[in-house]
Design a protein. Sequence first.
Length: 555
Amino acid sequence: MGGRKSLLATLAWLMAAGTLMMVVRAEDPYIFFTWNVTYGTISPLGVPQQGILINGQFPGPNINSTTNNNVVINVFNNLDEPLLFSWNGVQQRKNSWQDGVAATNCPIMPGTNYTYHFQVKDQIGSYYYFPSLGMQKAAGGFGGLRINSRLLIPVPFADPEDDYTVLIGDWYTKSQTSMKKLLDSGHSLGRPAGVLINGKSGKDEKEPLFTMKAGKTYRYRICNVGLKNSLNFRIQGHTMKLVEIEGSHTVQNTYQWLDVHLGQCYSVLVTANQEPKDYYMVASTRFTKYDLSATGIIRYENGKGQASQALPEAPVGWAWSLNQFRTFRWNLTASAARPNPQGSYHYGSINITRTIKIVNSAGTVGGKLRYAINGATHVDSTTPLKLAEYYGVQDKVFKYNTIADEPPAQVKSDNITEQPVVVNATFRNFVEIIFENHERSIQSWHLDGYSFFPVAIEPGTWSPEKRKNYNLLDAVSRYTIQVYPKSWAAIMLTFDNAGMWNLRSETWERRYLGQQLYISVQSPARSLRDEYNLPDSAPLCGIVKELPNPPPYTV
Ligand SMILES: *[C@@H]1O[C@H](CO)[C@@H](O)[C@H](O)[C@H]1NC(C)=O
Ligand SMILES: *[C@@H]1O[C@H](CO)[C@@H](O)[C@H](O)[C@H]1NC(C)=O
Ligand SMILES: *[C@@H]1O[C@H](CO)[C@@H](O)[C@H](O)[C@H]1NC(C)=O
Ligand SMILES: *[C@@H]1O[C@H](CO)[C@@H](O)[C@H](O)[C@H]1NC(C)=O
Ligand SMILES: *[C@@H]1O[C@H](CO)[C@@H](O)[C@H](O)[C@H]1NC(C)=O
Ligand SMILES: *[C@@H]1O[C@H](CO)[C@@H](O)[C@H](O)[C@H]1NC(C)=O
Ligand SMILES: *[C@@H]1O[C@H](CO)[C@@H](O)[C@H](O)[C@H]1NC(C)=O
């Protein structure tokens, strides 16, 4: 934190001296954290269960950073199982070494520590972190991560009075280990037991989660950190002005409800312009036969009176949700840091060099439930895929391109192949990815290492003529996209970030049972301009443990 203070002092001095242009030369500030990760008993639904705590907290502490900060987090694993943290939406430019998923890092073993060091390069907005291995996310270990704009970069709205993180998600009272056993033995998880807002269900709760001063405007960052369900979010008596989605400033429409699908984050402004008393915020399950919800109290300072027990209802059906998606637009005139300024304004005029179609399905391998992409279900290898590539021993660990860009017309549910699934992408190619969902359930997909442009979501199946209806102008650059039942979604992006990147179902049992893959993006140059070297402090495992270090990337 001292780094930031001294930067501010330097800034003030430079402004006084009138030599502002030199600021960009200053070293980017560092922010430091130490995390003690332990088990602890939590009872968010009134049933005591084992939670994963960070410094004693559930959910974990917020990370409050500013564009280009170097974030240094020394993680002590005091669990009795391996651990990795991933940083949902943080792009880790040139640096999949810090992405914290099974294919990029050897786990932090029990009783050891590892220091994540990454830069939140050219990003702004709302993110979260989570433990990425197994079903650990079902026990906690997640928390908010925000990236503020730098002081001198104008933000397209007035500074809010305060900035609140709202982590919503469905919740199971089963332990993460018993969930794994269920899934490993071929069963499904079934329905969750409830919904939480910042670790609480709100039942019998008298204390507020948030307070507001009458007349002031607040920013709420709402992320769905749950395992299975899309959630609808709303605030009694108040509207929400949308200002940011997953790292992009949006056109500022006003909403009464927001559908927040698995893995997604939205920022809204809420003005305390109602009678000063308590109000409920509500998060409730969408597209389900069951109806689960959580509430949280927002209290007006010096307000009088309890919140009304009449909770606002959620909209019904998914057509409403699709229409809401179509109202989300990027604010093209708002300035903000963005990782790929050239590409990002003109994505609509770049020629597509490759179309990858992703079709999700459920099936069995050896009689046990698995979930697949294009007929293949992913399994993690003991040697992380990225390390295998770096050491040049990938042939011993996995094969590239075992799935086709155009999936088989029909995937038989008992004809699913099981292996590490790695798609090989050409560095800097501009690609189109189509997610086609033939199932009756809603899907949500996330890609690490990138933001992408979701140019369309439509019912039915995709065909090349559908491209004429794409939004090629102001789609919101983001990192997660939902796909409605029997529908498709199209996204576009440039593979300009070298590394090994996880494309995953955000439905956690689907991901655990194989509905994920990795995209390998290698720069032919083996240059530090394109990718960093494996950090010296990174633990080694699997077959690379005994190997001599490969020649490092050079300038
Ligand atoms: C971590 O937390 C545990 C449990 O509270 C405690 O026993 C241990 O000393 C802590 N470790 C550090 C490094 O703070
Ligand atoms: C987060 O960081 C910003 C910028 O440094 C600061 O203004 C703000 O007070 C911080 N918020 C919290 C909750 O620490
Ligand atoms: C483990 O923590 C110590 C400080 O307690 C630090 O010096 C060391 O670098 C850390 N190790 C790793 C691999 O991050
Ligand atoms: C977009 O951002 C600009 C620049 O900050 C702002 O003036 C404008 O009101 C925003 N437009 C919309 C539609 O939100
Ligand atoms: C894109 O493709 C069209 C048609 O094949 C071609 O005329 C055009 O030059 C290409 N544009 C770029 C930027 O490569
Ligand atoms: C099983 O899937 C593979 C690859 O997708 C395909 O080549 C093969 O024909 C399928 N077999 C059957 C019996 O459907
Ligand atoms: C993967 O792509 C890179 C870059 O296009 C290429 O050099 C390499 O041969 C490809 N590898 C495989 C196994 O397809």
